[in-house]
Write a protein that binds this ligand. Structure first.
Ligand code: SF4
Length: 408
């Protein structure tokens, strides 16, 4: 079950005060029906605003507190460094208020880079082949939430940072896309997928109390209000700065994993490396082109003939491209480690924070999986490379031989 705050009628542009008033109204209306609240937090702008607004409203007595409040931080291991650091600071502040904070991570073999380089699954490239959000964000969140619910008595409200600005008021619809209006990756999925996920189905409701906030309301909160003593002295200005500070409304950057293959541009990373203190992260710009390159045929295997499904029928895409070759995986591992080393050498010289998008445990596991000749389900590793010319097989099983076999 998910709540859409239909009490927010009207279509005029929202002032910050109106936006906050509506948030309070929705939290009072729906929060009171739930003994326990949980917040899905990722360190991005929308969920950072959500978590700090809710805690502030409780702190100043405007919002009756629930029996318990748990903040779940989804750590993908691929977060933009300034945002990950800002999130750490916010979590310290939350814990100092007695709020339970749980850091949620995918198991080792399912982490973004281990899955790509160890198991050989190509980077995601569009919404239909998008395995990452579910695997590195939604599933770990579901598991952690299910474990927490087991400890609690009573019902739970999962609060998400889904935000759609005025379109939320207009059409009352939540989209899953994180490429729309700079929305934060994962939040729409928490809102839509989580309530029906195995382990928590029927045990939670979700609410997006900032659904109607415009992006400028978010910046005002993160940059001006939240950092002031009056509102809790939150460490949120760094979050806004990571998106480009005063230029942020125009940039409307979306954040998520560094070099996210689904984002059309690396706007947040571009903004970050323009800041002198973060310029040493510039080598990270090499990740996005690498992820794109890995999807090319010379780095992948292909099904040779008509791939039969379990029911005996032929697959819709009989000669589909599949996993990454071992050579491609090792090439990519080497390039990512080189990028990481370049950032960290500069960080050491400058006295700045280091990055670890691949830590030693993950690197070891990737090498182990490659050495064990690991392939994704349905692949043996003896399929031809995808850039090898083959007879064309159609979905009805018919074959069109190569015209120039001798040249192939
Ligand atoms: S930010 Fe991009 S790579 Fe990361 S989970 Fe979201 S869609 Fe996937």
């Amino acid at each position: 079950m998910s709540f859409q705050p239909t009490l927010f009628g009207g279509s005029s542009r929202l002032s910050y005060d109106d936006a906050m008033e509506m948030t309070l109204a929705s939290m009072r209306a729906y929060g009171a029906d739930h003994d326990h609240w949980a917040i899905a937090y990722s360190g991005g702008k929308d969920s950072s605003a959500t978590v700090t607004v809710i805690v502030h409203l409780i702190d100043v007595g405007l919002l009756p507190p629930p029996k318990s409040l748990t903040v779940f931080y989804a750590d993908t291991r691929q977060e933009l460094t300034p945002l990950a650091i800002a999130a750490e600071r916010v979590m310290v502040q939350l814990r100092s208020r007695g709020i339970q904070v749980e850091v949620v991570r995918a198991p080792l073999d399912k982490r973004f880079l281990v899955y790509i380089l160890g198991r050989g699954v190509p980077p995601p490239n569009n919404n239909t082949l998008r395995w990452c959000t579910r695997q590195i964000k939604v599933d770990p969140m579901t598991e952690a939430l299910a474990a927490r619910i087991d400890e609690l008595e009573g019902n739970v409200l999962m609060i998400t940072g889904v935000r759609q600005g005025e379109s939320a008021i207009r059409d009352q619809r939540i989209v899953m896309s994180c490429s729309k209006d700079g929305a934060e990756c994962g939040q729409g999925w928490y809102q839509q997928v989580l309530p029906n996920a195995k382990g928590v189905r029927g045990r939670i409701a979700t609410l997006a109390p900032l659904l109607h906030w415009r992006v400028c309301n978010v910046w005002d909160w993160l940059r001006i209000h939240a950092p002031s003593e009056r509102y809790g002295a939150w460490a949120t200005a760094d979050v806004a700065d990571a998106y480009g500070g005063d230029e942020a409304e125009e940039i409307n950057a979306r954040t998520g994993c560094i070099g996210c293959p689904l984002a059309s541009q690396d706007k947040a990373l571009d903004t970050i490396i323009e800041t002198p203190s973060w310029a040493y992260l510039a080598p990270l710009k090499g990740l996005k082109p690498l992820y794109r390159e890995l999807r090319e045929p010379q780095h992948r295997l292909r099904k040779e003939g008509a791939e039969k499904l379990k029911d005996g029928s032929i697959a819709a895409n009989p000669q589909r491209m599949g996993p990454l070759t071992f050579a491609a995986r090792l090439m990519a591992l080497d390039r990512i480690l080189t990028i990481q080393d370049a950032c960290n050498k500069a960080a050491a010289q400058l006295g700045r924070p280091a990055i670890d998008i691949i830590n030693s445990e993950e690197e070891m596991r990737i090498r182990e999986l490659i050495a064990a000749e690991t392939w994704p389900n349905g692949w043996e590793g003896d399929e031809p490379r995808a850039d090898v010319m083959l007879d064309k097989v159609f979905q009805d099983g018919s074959v069109q031989p190569l015209l120039f076999r001798g040249l192939a």
